[in-house]
Design a protein around this ligand. Structure first.
Ligand SMILES: *Cc1c(COP(=O)(O)O)cnc(C)c1O
Length: 470
């Protein structure tokens, strides 16, 4: 049986469908599977030949044993279609220079990689809620892409409402229009007077109020949700299979990173035995993660030190999913994780694991780099001039760092996390031309907007939720 544990060491062990609807563990920790299933050579060989939905089913089956196989298979088949994701490969590689390619993860409904997990989550939620005869109110925080991906995955789904907080005025006009133009009755946009971390703190505060959470059936779709991470593990395998001919080959991945969700899925894939050489975290000027991987010191930033950049989906001051990796690094010792994340961070705003840095790099394969606005512009221009390929600003951060970190003889895959149309202003600044806009998004900025403005106050958000349920 596959059971899930909290990174803070709570004694409970839970099944997948319990944590699917739950979010944070009762002790404030994040859920992880009790062990990582191991994938052997014969299995890798068998999986190479599978279409994406079947690969997803195989991997998910290792982590989910409380949904009948036929149902899970049908959910994967329904989720990962050419119609929704644009190509039969779902996540095709796009070669650039020798040994370096992009993996296209951004051809879903909202043009960012978060659709890869969220579309599955929408179908899983609807399935499980119907099975239980229950409803769920999803509370989320977004600086852009999570919110729209969640709303497009949940719109019109039976038994689900979405309450999505976002920092007022901090998303691109296109991102705002994507979210605020949705008129579905089960979708609620809440703009918060603050930064992304205020939104994230509100979600945590509401989720930690267990009575409120139970009464209003609050769930989450933030990247702390294990099901999202698990869904993301699949495309690391799919990318690996496309880039290699034999299981003896290794590849590296560079991942434009913020909350450490995407790259944490890479860590899980590597722990399962996927032959990944390096996992490279690329940050923008908000370099909490790059600092950690260079120095071993994890230091969260205050709101005033959190910069508004041209790769805004990576503008974070702390990386929520990082706790999952630290749990593994510290031998899955929940007491140690609680001491660091529960106590030291609250007291000192930092902790020091520099004594483990060698292990972080050698045993777990992590590396990192940082990219600035000037780097993004240069990388956007260079990629357009040399290859005629237009990338987005987050992918540009990844590509810049990938070139620095690439090792001879090891293919480097850069995860393409969004399409350029989402961040048009910077594309125009770099290239002097507008990115192409998919037909379904023509003129969305002009559509009527559905959004409520609230102060950065968890109490006010609770009142809003209570007034809009049922
Ligand atoms: C969410 C997001 C990221 C950061 O991903 P994490 O899982 O938070 O590290 C990077 N790029 C884009 C475009 C995103 O939407």
């Amino acid at each position: 049986m596959m059971l899930y544990v909290s990174t803070r060491g709570h004694a409970d062990r839970k099944r997948f469908c319990e944590i699917l609807l739950e979010g944070l563990a009762p002790d404030g920790g994040l859920y992880l599977p009790e062990r990582y299933p191991q994938v052997d050579d014969a299995t890798l060989t068998r999986w190479r030949a599978l279409p994406y939905h079947a690969l997803a089913f195989e991997i998910l089956s290792l982590y989910i044993d409380d949904i009948p196989a036929d149902d899970l298979s049908a959910l994967c088949r329904k989720t990962y279609t050419e119609k929704v994701f644009g190509t039969p490969e779902i996540v095709p590689l796009k070669p650039l220079e020798d040994g370096l390619c992009l993996q296209a993860l951004s051809n879903g409904p909202t043009l960012a990689f978060k659709d890869m997990a969220m579309q599955l989550l929408g179908n899983l939620f609807e399935y499980e809620l119907a099975r239980r005869g229950q409803e769920l109110n999803i509370l989320g925080a977004t600086s852009g892409d999570t919110g729209s991906a969640a709303e497009y995955a949940m719109r019109g789904k039976k038994g689900v409402r979405v309450f999505m907080t976002s920092p007022q005025g901090r998303m691109s006009p296109f991102q705002q229009a994507q979210m605020f133009s949705l008129q579905d009755a089960n979708i609620h946009n809440i703009a918060i007077e603050g930064v992304f971390d205020d939104c994230q703190d509100i979600v945590k505060a509401v989720s930690n109020d267990l009575a409120f959470k139970r009464k209003w059936r609050i769930g989450t779709v933030n990247s702390i949700n294990w099901a999202r991470l698990m869904a993301q593990v699949v495309y690391y395998f799919a990318g690996y299979f496309q880039a290699t001919k034999s299981n003896a080959d290794k590849v590296s991945f560079t991942v434009p990173s913020g909350n450490f969700g995407n790259i944490c899925a890479g860590h899980v894939a590597r722990m399962m035995g996927l032959p990944i050489a390096a996992l490279v975290a690329a940050t923008n000027e908000n370099d909490v993660l790059d600092e950690f991987f260079r120095t071993g010191v994890y230091r969260v930033r205050g709101g005033a030190d959190t910069f508004e950049t041209s790769s805004p989906s990576m503008d974070i001051s702390k990386a929520s999913n990082f706790e999952r990796f630290v749990f593994d690094l510290l031998g899955r010792d929940g007491a140690k994780v609680t001491a660091l994340f529960g106590d030291e961070l609250a007291r000192a705003g930092r902790f020091d694991l520099s004594a483990r840095l060698g292990e972080v790099r050698d045993r777990y394969g992590f590396a990192s780099g940082r990219s600035t606005h000037a780097d993004r512009l240069a990388t956007l221009r260079d990629t357009w001039d040399r290859f005629g390929v237009m990338i987005d600003t987050h992918t540009a951060d990844g590509l810049k760092v990938a070139r620095e970190q690439k090792q001879p003889g090891v293919p480097m895959i850069v995860l393409e996390t969004a399409l350029p149309i989402k961040f048009a202003a910077t594309i125009v600044e770099a290239l002097g031309r507008e990115p192409q806009r998919p037909a379904q998004f023509e003129g969305i900025e002009l559509l009527p907007k559905r959004v409520t403005l609230l102060p950065a106050d968890a109490g006010r958000v609770k009142d809003y939720i209570a007034a809009h349920c049922g």
